[in-house]
Design a protein around this ligand. Sequence first.
Ligand code: UDP
Ligand code: MN
Length: 498
Amino acid sequence: IPWRDFDESSYISATAIHHGEDKYKRNKFNQQASDKLKCDRPVPDTRNGLCSSNSWDLSKLPATSVIVTFHNEARSTLLRTVVSVLNRSPPSLVREIILVDDFSDNAEDGQLLAQIEKVRVLRNNQREGLMRSRIRGADAAAAPVLTFLDSHVECNKNWLEPLLQRIADDRTAVVCPIIDVINMDNFEYIGASADLRGGFDWNLVFKWDYMSSEERRSRAGNPTAPISTPMIAGGLFSMDKSYFNQLGKYDTAMDVWGGENLEISFRVWQCGGRLEIIPCSRVGHVFRKQHPYTFPGGSGNVFTRNTRRAAEVWMDDYKEYYYAAVPSAKLIPFGNIENRLQIRVRNQCKPFKWYLENVYPELRVPSKESVAFGSIKQGVNKCIDTLGHVQEGSIGLYECHDSGGNQEFSMNKEMQIRHQDLCFTAGEGAREGSIIKLRHCDENNTMQKFEQSKSQLRLYQSSYCIDSRHERDMGLILSKCDHSRSQQWRFSMGDLTH
Ligand code: UDP
Ligand code: MN
């Protein structure tokens, strides 16, 4: 039946929030706020104004199969996902919507939607996790392009055409919309910034990076051009189906959630494809702070195991920086990766060094001489900061911003703590109150040698430690080592001893 004839109100009301029940309990978003909204509610057109003058020759675009996996999704968000696809896509371009029910408690959540035009429902008979569920959907797909979506999204006007156009132009382009924000408390639809791309730190956790101001300026003349991105968020993207298969789908040994976006991102770039955000395509997603579902095996372990598999297969020796940033990861077994390594050989994929240099030059790589690297943290969120000072300047503390710059330091085998070519120096010698200054590095200067002992940074062969107790007036100084809190420091990558 057409989606307009579907009995929305009985479908939704059957699983409504009971009086007195916690609205966030089942979904970790406000289900009641979602249930109140119609499945075809309007959303604001959040695109750049120039996008509305785009036009496409629909007869030249490939059709797509939309694949949505879900586990215990709220009915209202799931239905809105489906309806927004049907309602805001040219019908000729959507061959089918494949819902993969990943063993939800109530099989009817999915099954009832199978009456809607184009909707096919596949149900797993055990929990498979999103990677194997997506592969199941992809294998069943009939169209030449796969479009993966989360189960709580709303597609915006003309979201699909620019994605398919890009793939028609280049089958190795893996493309994402800009992900707008559906507020998890009131379900307001809010446009996201068009100046973001996906990245990560050495902990390999996905994060959004702001474009440099230079890049923003250069894009101002052409705001609709694709944004190449080192990493995809993972929930929403389109990819040529034969290319998906050729590059090895997903890693079937990954479970539940997490790490698969890292893996497919490295794989696509290193094996000759590209990842792009298409700014004229907008899809809203309900971002939330917790997962509503169980993680068989424990969420930390599963995420780490998945991430380790990606690192072991794709990162070559650079994986050691991941282990330095997340030492506990080394304790989690990651299983057999033989068949994933074969993908690298079969597709003649490039080394991770190539990826770092050409795709993600912004990610700072510790030098070979470093024994510790990154920010130097005290307590929860104070970091050593050069405060923009240069030669002969002092150093101080500032709120940690985790983006390098004035908070990026390395410690090398010569025991120097460096910021670019300046070194921490006990400015007035080894004595109480000696101000730490930035001076040109000199391997023979014993006032530039510091030892990490416990969490103290002690001037070599002295009993004085870097201390922040008079930070406000003098910056960091030397003071008798006494293990006080003002002498406790932690490098974000604390053990790079190769
Ligand atoms: N999902 C699934 N099986 C699982 C875990 C997740 O099918 O075992 C689905 C989930 O319903 C959602 C998608 O995978 O549609 C992504 O999960 P989620 O939205 O929790 O991730 P986030 O968007 O928060 O990263
Ligand atoms: Mn999601």
